[in-house]
Design a protein around this ligand. Structure first.
Ligand code: R5P
Length: 297
């Protein structure tokens, strides 16, 4: 099966990698804004009568969703048989239930919106907590690539005696996999969120882990509040400055600088969202998943 791979701005390196899948080629788009902020989009490489792959990480997702909708509809009109979205970071998954009367469950509605105009989805470590699988809210086939093996490999290469630490109960699922792959122990802390930027993390007795380097691993680093609070508690419990690893480094506003200056020893993220902290490459893992979709025709 053939596929044309199109990058939305900022996603070009991954698109170049995906275009090396058997049967795939790189397509060109023109993407710019009209003066009033609306999208101007032009497909410069026509799709073939096979699949198209749209590559667009969905951090800061609001505008990108509109561009993806317009491109998916137009590419189909131009002859594409299937539209596969590769969104290494899949936004709008954290509001996964109504915690207070009237709160909109955006995770479910955005999933339905996207499912209405794509035929397949490839992402990395989606934030699944109260929703247990992408298939519970997405009605199109999806593949969730795991970053755990790549993070474990980074830890094995860079840290002599690690202790993997998850900052909250939600992180237990990925820290246990990372620790297994890094052949080291792990612990999970307790977090209470009081607001968007206000979290309190509690650390259990870590006396038995003295001599190990703490590695905080979280899926999303947004305000950095979770990792800053966890790092502060670890340091005040006589642990060395922790290394912070995030799968998706969103780093809103000054979050990166604030986290760096909070006493952590270093910050490393995967390249699902382009950032200067990217140190763990997942492009080959994503490419393998995309090949599966292209093969399905
Ligand atoms: C929890 O919902 C997530 O796993 C992360 O812990 C959270 O998104 C981090 O957000 P922030 O950096 O704003 O504390």
């Amino acid at each position: 099966m053939t596929a044309v791979v199109y990058a939305l701005p900022g996603n070009e390196p991954l698109a170049v990698c995906l275009a090396t899948c058997p049967g795939a080629t790189l397509g060109e788009l023109t993407v710019r804004r009209f003066p009033d902020g609306e999208w101007y989009l032009r497909v410069d490489t026509p799709p073939q009568a096979g699949a198209v792959v749209l590559v667009c990480s969905l951090d800061q997702p609001n505008d990108k969703l509109i561009a993806l909708y317009l491109l998916a509809k137009s590419l189909r009109e131009m002859g594409a048989r299937r539209v596969v979205l590769v969104a290494p970071y899949l936004g709008y998954l954290r509001q996964d239930r109504s915690f207070a009367l009237g709160e909109v469950v955006s995770a479910r509605h955005i999933a339905q919106l996207l499912s209405g105009f794509i035929d397949g989805l490839v992402t990395v470590d989606p934030h699944l907590h109260r929703i247990h699988a992408l298939g519970d809210v997405y009605s199109v086939p999806s593949i969730a690539v795991s970053a755990a093996a790549a993070i474990s490999a980074w830890v094995r290469t860079n840290i002599a005696a690690p202790l993997i630490i998850g900052p909250d109960a939600e992180s237990a699922q990925w820290v246990s996999r990372v620790a297994d792959g890094a052949h080291c122990p792990h612990v999970v802390l307790e977090k209470v969120r009081h607001g968007d930027r206000d979290v309190a993390v509690q650390v259990p007795d870590l006396a038995g882990w003295q001599g190990r380097t703490p590695i905080l691993v979280d899926d999303i680093v947004s305000t950095g509040g979770t990792l800053m609070s966890a790092a502060k508690q670890l340091i005040s419990n006589n642990m060395p400055a922790p290394v912070c690893i995030g799968v998706h480094g969103l780093f809103v506003a000054d979050a990166y600088a604030a986290l760096l200056s909070s006493g952590v020893s270093s910050i490393v993220t995967t390249n699902t969202v382009d950032h200067c902290s990217n140190g763990i490459d997942l492009h080959e893992e994503i490419r393998t998943a995309v090949e599966t979709f292209i093969d399905r025709g």
